[in-house]
Design a protein around this ligand. Sequence first.
Ligand code: NAG
Ligand code: NAG
Length: 471
Amino acid sequence: METIKSIQQVVSSLDRPKLQLLAVSSAGLGGILVYLALRKKVRKIPIGDGWWGAGKGPVTGDKTIRPFQVETSEEEIQDLHSRIDQTRYTEPLEDCRFHYGFNSTYLQRVVNYWKNDFDWEKQVRVLNKYPHFKTNIEGLDVHFIHVRPSNPAGQKVLPLMLVHGWPGSFFEFYRILPMLTETEGDVVFEVICPSIPGYGYSEAPHKQGFNSMDAARVFLKLMERLGFQEFYLQGGDWGSLITTNMAQMKPECVRGLHLNMAFVMAQGLGILLSLIIGRYLPFLVGFTREDVRRIFPFMERNVYEILRESGYMHIQATKPDTAGCGLNNSPVGLAAYILEKFSTWADFKNRDLEDGGLERKFSLDDLLTNVMIYWTTGTIIPSMRFYKENLKSSLQKRVDYKTPVYVPMGLAAFPNELTHCPQTWARKKFKNITTYSYMPRGGHFAAFEEPELLAQDVFQFVRKVESKRSA
Ligand SMILES: *[C@@H]1O[C@H](CO)[C@@H](O)[C@H](O)[C@H]1NC(C)=O
Ligand SMILES: *[C@@H]1O[C@H](CO)[C@@H](O)[C@H](O)[C@H]1NC(C)=O
């Protein structure tokens, strides 16, 4: 009371212009103080809004959730076969194996299987074994599957969204789904598995600019529409960035975030130092022996190797429509483009194998089903555009890059992931790492390659988060 009175006295002794000056400068000073105080503590990124439908909008659309089924026809299969028959192959260089890209001798074997043994109608029945839906969000028909545990006797049922990346699809999760939804034990999941807009059965954005934060907002709206207030998230590749963005936008809804690839880029003096001395004195920079094994020789494994493998990214981040045109017209070209990634990203050493090691990890049925999801929907170009939209400016300049993630996080570090992220680096971005696992085997397509290992790690993470919550 006393102070208020004395402030009033001071204020009334000032004339008007001085008062205004005082008000403006104190507001300014206050602003700067608030800015300084909050600068390091941005806890959320703004959700924003968007509309990606064709033409003028936004149009408030239909919010119903409609059942959907994958379909095919005699015509579709005939068309595929006639295009396959017209393929022109280029003989591979002598002894090149997979070093120049997909070996065309082996490609002909894959294509031969595709034409004569692969049964798309059967695979469509496989796809339809889980219930599919579509619903319109921000002007786009968003596709997802929704799998409920059939018999959750006495189990805690937790909602979990799984998000795929490129050049994958929701189908990557078909082998892990039963492990998550039909299991004994205290916890079981109800899984929502969407297609990123522009991938497979989700409509492609009609407007420029749709990036991972837009996908994150669309998926948050999807979860809200389905009535989930709190849920878990899991992702790799683009799915990792999208689910991370979801956790940054609505942390209050995300009980936990499980990733099998972390978008944490090496930068800053600390990281430079850790690269220089980490190999010799790992404990000084927080590396474990396993980190050292996985990171060094750094230039070879993380610079040259990435340069060798990321040409596709430069093309897709600049001229996706040009590069994608041929792929959208030639099923064999599309298969070579997509399947080369499944070879090399499972293990860089696969380039040394005559068949790219593809069938060591995957069945041709599974691989070609994923290719067919791109082929039949004609979505290779929109899927490639996602690189352009996300890499328009440097990822490091984006608000999501600078915003830490506070929700409980679990990282499954697979040994053949494109780059290894030590826990000490992950901590710079993820402030509440609850589990961090060095996985014994597997590469970039964790769910597709090692569904059992990934499922175990997800359960381990979720149990830990749940037990801390109830403690
Ligand atoms: C390409 O693959 C075929 C079939 O696996 C193999 O026999 C052949 O040696 C490979 N070609 C080259 C040039 O590596
Ligand atoms: C981190 O997550 C756990 C749940 O795994 C929670 O109990 C804890 O409060 C969180 N810590 C912080 C600092 O947010």
